[in-house]
Design a protein around this ligand. Structure first.
Ligand code: NAP
Ligand code: G4F
Length: 320
């Protein structure tokens, strides 16, 4: 039986990846930091099938211990301070977790002499103020936030450990991916949750920032398949994972409101609080390498993704 250690198991991607690996017969260990209140929401349906190990990406001792206990064949490093907006409010913390935390995880693996394969959750935020469109594995990075800068560090330290120590280390440069398990602070889920609440009469307005930003949005369930496929190859490499389509935030908003038969202009209010000190205006990835080498393709369309999320938020909010 293969064994996998997932950091960030309580997050959106960690939970979908755990679903996938359990379905493939893996023994799954999940690194979870100590919290005063329960935060198992995304993994409550599989809680009894996962071995949770206590740890924090900033704490090498806990990572070393987790690797010692799990003896993993594969390590998926998904933990991060992942919210771009907060990375200006907590730049040092973001650097410590999202950047240096990657080195801690790599060191824990290297010092264990276990030959575990390693996946790093890199991000299209690294392209930031894009220097070419669409973005590929070869597009130079130009990060626009402390989060993006930390991810660039995490990406290059992964490449460096592969080249220095011959580790099987892959970096997935994933474009935005969403789902009903997405954190409520991200624009996609903020919108679908608000649309559901407005439809149900429990909210009457939605305050948003920049509606003109463009993102390449896919479904998280499709994207974790790509992570797993990267670690099944003969050689480690880096891959862009994207749909190859881009849409504005306004299109997301319009589509979500349309789905419940409402006009978005009647509810959305521009609020300067949600504009960022520096914006990433346009992201669109070219997933050709992943299609060719990993035989990976996204399955859920932009419209179906939004409808899936609005439906789930309608259900969730109806129960309250
Ligand atoms: P997420 O929902 O925010 O989950 C982040 C996870 O990291 C949570 O389980 C969180 O635990 C954990 N975590 C945070 N700080 C930690 C620390 N110091 N030590 C240990 N665990 C810690 O993020 P996601 O959307 O699933 O994304 C997964 C990864 O992919 C992240 O690295 C993100 O930056 C990257 N990424 C995401 C996207 C996307 O569109 N979703 C695109 C590209 C890259 P708590 O539950 O305790 O907070
Ligand atoms: O949903 P967002 O916060 O996601 P963002 O910044 O693109 O980052 C996400 O995707 C990255 C991959 O490219 C990941 F690496 C990262 O971890 C995260 O998962 O914002 C999307 C866009 C931005 O342009 C933002 O300015 O939506 C715009 N926006 C407009 N109003 C808003 C809002 N974003 C948020 N969160 N909240 C708003 O009210």
């Amino acid at each position: 039986m293969k064994k996998a250690l997932i950091t960030g198991i309580t997050g959106q991607d960690g939970s979908y990846l755990a679903d996938l690996l359990l379905s493939k017969g893996y023994k799954v260990y999940g690194l979870k930091r100590r919290t005063a209140t329960e935060n198992y929401e995304n993994v409550k349906h599989i809680k009894d099938e996962i071995d949770f190990l206590s740890g924090d990406l900033r704490d090498l001792t806990s990572l070393t211990e987790a690797v010692k206990i799990a003896k993993p064949d594969e390590v998926y490093n998904l933990a991060a301070q992942s919210y771009v907006g907060d990375s200006w409010k907590q730049p040092i913390y973001t650097g410590e977790v999202t950047g240096l935390g990657v080195t801690n995880m790599l060191e824990a693996i290297r010092l264990s002499n276990l030959n575990a394969r390693f996946y790093q959750a890199s991000s299209s935020e690294m392209f930031g103020k894009v220097v070419e469109t669409p973005q590929t594995e070869k597009t130079p990075f130009y990060p626009r936030s402390p989060y993006g800068v930390a991810k660039v560090y995490g990406h290059w330290i992964t490449v460096n450990y592969r080249e220095s120590f011959n580790l099987f280390a892959c970096s997935g440069i994933l474009f935005n991916h969403e789902s009903p398990r997405r954190g409520i602070e991200f624009v996609t889920r903020k919108v679908t949750d608000a649309v559901a609440k407005i439809k149900l009469g429990i909210q009457n307005e939605l305050r948003l920032g920049n509606l003109d930003a463009k993102r390449d949005w896919g479904f998280a369930g499709d994207y974790v398949e790509a992570m797993w496929k990267m670690l099944q190859q003969d050689d480690p490499d880096d891959y862009v994972i994207a749909t190859g389509e881009t849409h504005t935030v306004k299109e997301w908003v319009q589509t979500a409101f349309n789905y419940v038969g409402l006009k978005w202009e009647n509810y959305v209010i521009a609020d300067p609080k949600f504009f960022r000190p520096a914006e990433v205006d346009l992201l669109i990835g070219n997933p050709q390498k992943a299609k060719g080498q990993l035989d990976w393709e996204p399955k859920v369309s932009f419209k179906n993704l939004i409808e899936m999320m609005v439906e789930e938020d309608l259900k969730r909010n109806s129960k309250k």
